[in-house]
Design a protein around this ligand. Structure first.
Ligand SMILES: [Mn+2]
Length: 239
């Protein structure tokens, strides 16, 4: 690979007092963080992960990247898709919603490859005008180890995800929301056995998103989604 592509990784904001063992005097300080396994997946696929701080204007930073990974996290604020909130299990972080929608605006403007994982898939859908089911407990495997194979996913033949993963595969399931109405320009290319949306692609842009967490599975180092993202970001069109 002639040049290892830079992949921007989004994250969330906490307060110092939400970090176990942190100094009391730092309790009010903002902390930006993301789970390192997202970065490891990018590294193992040959890319270089860079964190996108929430205070940076995505319009300034995203055009300097080669690709973007939208990561998991809290619920998208239902106000963003015109619904009243019906759950407080994972309170929204509207600041992050705003930031990630601006990241997508900038990435789409430059046709950068975008991968979404879990909340990332949901942000892609809401950004495109779609809506979410706010609580789907049958997909909330939060009490089991994170690599537990929770349900099967079936992929659409001929789609990007179908090309990456084949006909089907077992996945983990660490989400309590799913896609309801599909956003403009998006195509569902993976579903769980109960019909829930587990994968999306954009009809015209290099955007692929999954509802499960490939970075938490033992197959992470060889996961095709990370390979697709880094491959597209390096211009080698892996899929
Ligand atoms: Mn699921």
């Amino acid at each position: 690979m002639p040049r290892r592509p830079l992949i921007g990784i989004t994250g969330r904001r906490k307060r110092g007092d939400q970090l176990v063992g942190n100094l009391d005097v730092l309790a009010h300080m903002p902390v930006d963080l993301y789970y390192a396994d997202y970065g490891r997946g990018v590294l193992e696929a040959g890319g270089i992960p860079v964190h996108l701080p929430l205070d940076v204007d995505p319009g300034d930073l995203v055009p300097r990247l080669d690709g973007v990974l939208l990561t998991g996290g809290a619920d998208v604020d239902p106000n963003r898709y015109g619904h009243a909130s019906t759950t407080d299990a994972f309170p929204p972080e509207p600041f992050r919603d705003e930031h990630e929608c601006a990241v997508l605006d900038a990435a789409y403007a430059d046709r950068l490859p975008v991968a979404g994982i879990c909340r990332g898939l949901q942000v892609v859908n809401v950004h495109a005008g779609g809506t979410l089911h706010q609580d789907v407990p049958t997909h909330s495997g939060f009490a089991e180890p994170v690599d537990t194979e929770w349900h099967r996913v079936d992929f659409t033949a001929g789609s990007v995800l179908g090309g990456l993963y084949g006909a089907d595969r077992p996945v983990n399931s660490l989400h309590h929301q799913t896609v309801d109405e599909l956003g403009d320009g998006l195509v569902v290319t993976a579903r769980a056995e109960d019909g829930s949306v587990e994968g999306l692609e954009h009809a015209d842009l290099p955007v692929v998103a999954v509802q499960w967490h490939p970075e938490m599975l033992p197959t992470r180092a060889d996961d095709p989604l990370f390979a697709w993202l880094v491959g597209r970001a390096s211009g080698s069109a892996a899929a």
